[in-house]
Write a protein that binds this ligand. Structure first.
Ligand code: 6PG
Length: 250
């Protein structure tokens, strides 16, 4: 099931995202006793992290039962400002005093292929399954229609079938001249809930291409995200939605 919710501003978008994170989390903890969430990187989720770290959310969720993962990571140490782990630690995990045993970061500081292999094993061990099913995966959207670190024209996108058992891969990104470690779309599509958070005029063309463009996942990798048995939620603001023509996505 896919839904798109358009919020009037970035601030209201972040608040709506926080409510979705809490609602999914409360249901996950009620149903299974814990909540596995994969965070996205980049700048868009920062406002969300800060809201979730705020006092208003102290009692909104049993934070001691939340396990944090990441959908992708840069190949930098965990104390580097570009690290997705680092920014989440600063804005959410430390302020919430999350138990380190419940923080499952990708080791961006080691060799990328080894880091991806190790993270895939960690996920399979944590979930006790070869097909880990997270409760929620947060995703952003790049202006080039990438998501996580699934960039247009890169191996994890153009040769997804090379190894359909691959759940976490190392991906060379020529435009960044850098390796990234990323969930594959196969893993993302196993999730119970996938939530895209997209804000700003700069993402309007990408959002139109992904939602309304031709089926070209090689060029618009976010089109690869189609949960097998889960909910796909697009939370976007009016600026990001400004080039959408068909709002019957809901
Ligand atoms: C990353 C993210 C990436 C991000 C998009 C959007 O590691 O950068 O996982 O997929 O979500 O690039 O980034 P912004 O939110 O900064 O626009």
């Amino acid at each position: 099931m896919k839904s798109i919710q358009i919020q009037p501003s970035a601030d209201i978008l972040a608040k709506a995202a926080a409510e979705s994170v809490i609602e999914i989390g409360a249901d996950s903890i009620r149903s299974r006793g814990n909540y596995s969430i994969a965070l996205s990187g980049g700048s868009t989720p920062l406002a969300l992290f800060r809201i979730l770290a705020g006092k208003d959310y102290d009692k909104r969720l049993d934070w001691g039962k939340v396990d944090f993962f990441w959908g992708d990571e840069r190949t930098v140490p965990p104390d580097h400002e570009d690290s997705n782990y680092f920014q989440a630690a600063q804005e959410l995990l430390r302020p919430r005093s999350i138990d380190p045993d419940r923080i499952h970061r990708i080791q961006g500081e080691i060799e990328p292929v080894q880091a991806a292999r190790s993270y895939q094993e960690d996920l399979q061990n944590y979930f006790g399954s070869s097909r880990p099913r997270l409760d929620l995966i947060l995703l952003g959207l790049g202006s080039d229609s990438h998501t996580a670190s699934l960039f247009p024209g890169t191996d994890l996108v153009t040769n997804p079938g090379i190894n359909s058992d691959l759940l976490v891969g190392a991906n060379w990104v020529p435009k960044l001249e850098s390796w990234r470690i990323s969930f594959t779309h196969q893993l993302i599509n196993l999730a119970r809930n996938v939530l895209f958070l997209v804000s700003g005029e700069g993402k309007a063309a990408a959002l139109r291409n992904v939602l309304e463009g031709d089926d070209l996942p090689g060029s618009y990798p976010a089109q690869l995200i189609r949960p097998v048995d889960g909910k796909l939620i697009w939370l976007v603001d009016e600026e990001a939605a400004s080039q959408l023509t068909d709002l019957k996505h809901t």
